[in-house]
Structure formats: structure tokens, C-alpha cells
Write a new protein. Structure first.
Length: 171
């Protein structure tokens, strides 16, 4: 995003960019906390197995569940930060207007993908809401909400990029 002069009012895209920036920071904070918590749980599991000769039944399942959350949130942030695989060589080798068109197509496809994740992740969570994870005694839906959440974030981030690209005027 280009710097905005202090006298120029915020546009809708500027407001969206401010919100998405905060969302990425929150997602990264949650991801980092999940990674640390998962590491502590696995550390406890190893200690309990080899020192106490008993392994907690819940530790592996909870660690895997936490991994789903922090990976999916980090993947959504990757959309915001443009760190996923792309064809930068192709984009750099075409004229600006063609590049802009390709970026619009790309961001539109990412938006559709995010919406599909949101819709289908929500459906899976609803479908499995009555199923219980025995070792944690919680709903199996907890394993599918990360997909819906990441889909929502991916959609928001892709929409911001799409709007910014579409409003950019290049010669």
C-alpha cells in the first residue's frame, strides 16, 4: 500500500488494509502461541513416557489439533504477505497492464478458493459437531474450524489484494 498523505481521507481500501494488517498480526500471534503450546505438550509427552513411564492419552491428539490451527492461520497470513508459490518470473516479464490483469485473475482464484475452504470447512464442522474426540472429550468439529477460519481470512486477504490491484492505474 502506498503511503497516504495526512490530509487525504481514508478510502474504503485503506480501512480494509488497516483491518487486514491487524488480522494478520492476531493470526501470527495465535499461530506462534499454538506452536509454543504444542512444543510444550510434546515435551511433556516425552518426559511422561520416558521418565514417569506413563504417556498422557490426550497429548498427541491435542498437539495435532493445535498444529491444524497454527498451520492454517499461518497459511492464510502467507496469502496476505505473498509468500506462497507464484510465477514471479512470468509477472516480471510482461507489460504492466498484462501483469495487472494476471494479478486480478490470480487474486480472484485465491478468493474463490478461500470461500470454498470457508463453506466446506463450516459444513464439515457442522456435520461432525455431534462426534466426540475420545481422548479430549470435545467435538470433532474442532478439527474442521481451522479450515473455515483460514478460508475466511484467505478470502479477506485476497479481496484486499484484488481491490488494491483493480484500483491501481498503470500505464
Amino acid at each position: 500500500m502506498s503511503p497516504r498523505s495526512p490530509n487525504k481521507p481514508m478510502t474504503a481500501i485503506d480501512r480494509l488494509a488497516a483491518v487486514t494488517h491487524k488480522l494478520t498480526r492476531i493470526a501470527l500471534l495465535i499461530s506462534a502461541a499454538g506452536l509454543v503450546l504444542m512444543t510444550l505438550i510434546i515435551g511433556w509427552q516425552v518426559f511422561a513416557r520416558y521418565v514417569l513411564n506413563t504417556s498422557p492419552a490426550w497429548s498427541e491428539t491435542l498437539a495435532l489439533l493445535l498444529m491444524l490451527y497454527y498451520i492454517m492461520l499461518a497459511a492464510a497470513v502467507g496469502v496476505y504477505e505473498n509468500t506462497h508459490l507464484g510465477l514471479k518470473v512470468l509477472l516480471d516479464s510482461v507489460p504492466a497492464n498484462t501483469r495487472r490483469g494476471l494479478e486480478i485473475i490470480n487474486n480472484s482464484l485465491v478468493l474463490v478458493f478461500g470461500l470454498a475452504m470457508l463453506i466446506n470447512g463450516t459444513r464439515l464442522a457442522q456435520f461432525t459437531a455431534d462426534h466426540i474426540i475420545p481422548t479430549l472429550n470435545i467435538s470433532r468439529a474442532a478439527a474442521y474450524w481451522p479450515f473455515a477460519t483460514a478460508g475466511l481470512l484467505i478470502s479477506i486477504f485476497a479481496l484486499e489484494k484484488l481491490l488494491m490491484t483493480a484500483s491501481r492505474h498503470e500505464n
